[in-house]
Design a protein around this ligand. Structure first.
Ligand code: ATR
Length: 268
């Protein structure tokens, strides 16, 4: 019997997740459908109730990761630590909320890009939902001296306290970083220069966002400042999806060919 999955968000129409999961299903021979589900901003619970009456699982994207955290019956350790859920899977005693974003980021960094995370002095920009999901995984992967820098320093501090890392404002960011991860939504609006350019010189810069129209503003800016390497978040998107697919189906798809084929349509 065909199992049904979806990604719920608002907006969600341009999500690449259906194409990624369709490619995974084809590559692994799994019998499933995967669609998009746009819920009203205040309507996550009703949408999840309705879909999961018959559906076998959901991915959750902006702005519902916190609603999903509240909606599920239990949390896996990654979701519990981050306070955000991006994958809902069936469990014997209800719905289990998981978070595959952090593992997705680390897998892209270490497996596709071959950027070392263990021992890398790591700066993370932003303190919103996107960053919340990845600080724990970066620390677990051995990132060193992790610093969360945010426009609103109190938010950075709260997040840093939760994960036992450091916090500062964007203005206070110094230099000497091996890895700089952008998780602010500012990059999407086109402002590349959030911090002093010296901070990225010689470092590897990763933008958790991706652009369908070429390099992201953050990547373009970082490269111009003298970053050693830059990458956008498309690989993270594919890797977090692969982890979700594995949680649902017990099969791990080979991500490299799928990333390459999507990358073909999304220049970076
Ligand atoms: P998400 O869930 O995508 O992370 P969010 O919770 O709204 O979205 O967080 C957005 C992040 O981008 C925050 O860290 C925000 O900084 P503030 O906490 O100070 O609001 C950051 N951000 C958004 N626009 C920004 C800008 N123009 N300059 C600097 N930081 C910005």
């Amino acid at each position: 019997m065909t199992d049904h999955y979806a990604v719920v968000g608002n907006p969600v129409g341009h999500s690449l997740s259906p194409a990624i999961h369709a490619a995974f299903a084809q590559a692994t021979g799994e019998d499933l459908t995967y669609g998009t589900l746009e819920a009203p901003i205040d309507g996550f619970a009703q949408a999840a109730d309705r879909f999961l009456a018959t559906g076998k699982g959901l991915n959750v994207t902006v702005p519902f990761k916190l609603d999903a955290w509240r909606w599920v019956d239990r949390h896996d350790p990654h979701a519990a630590a981050s306070g955000a859920v991006n994958t809902i899977i069936p469990a014997a005693d209800g719905w289990l909320g998981c978070n595959t974003d952090g593992l997705g980021l680390v897998a892209d960094l270490t497996e596709h890009l071959r950027w070392q995370v263990a021992g890398a002095r790591t700066l993370i920009l932003g303190a919103g939902g996107a960053v919340q999901g990845v600080v724990g995984a970066l620390s677990e992967a051995g990132a060193e001296g992790v610093m969360v820098a945010n426009r609103t320093v109190a938010k950075a501090q709260a997040l840093a306290d939760r994960f036992g890392v450091q916090a500062c404002s964007l203005d206070e960011v110094g230099d000497g970083w091996d890895l700089i991860v952008n998780g602010t939504s500012a990059g999407l609006a086109g402002t590349g220069g959030l911090i002093a350019g010296d901070a990225v010189v010689g470092g590897r810069c990763y933008d958790m966002f991706y652009s369908r129209d070429g390099a992201t503003p953050f990547c373009t800016w970082a490269k111009a400042q003298g970053a050693r390497a830059v990458a956008d978040g498309l690989g993270m998107l594919v890797e977090q999806a692969a982890q979700a697919f594995y949680l649902w189906r017990g099969v791990r798809p080979d991500t490299a060919p799928i990333l390459a084929s999507i990358r073909g349509g999304v220049p970076s």
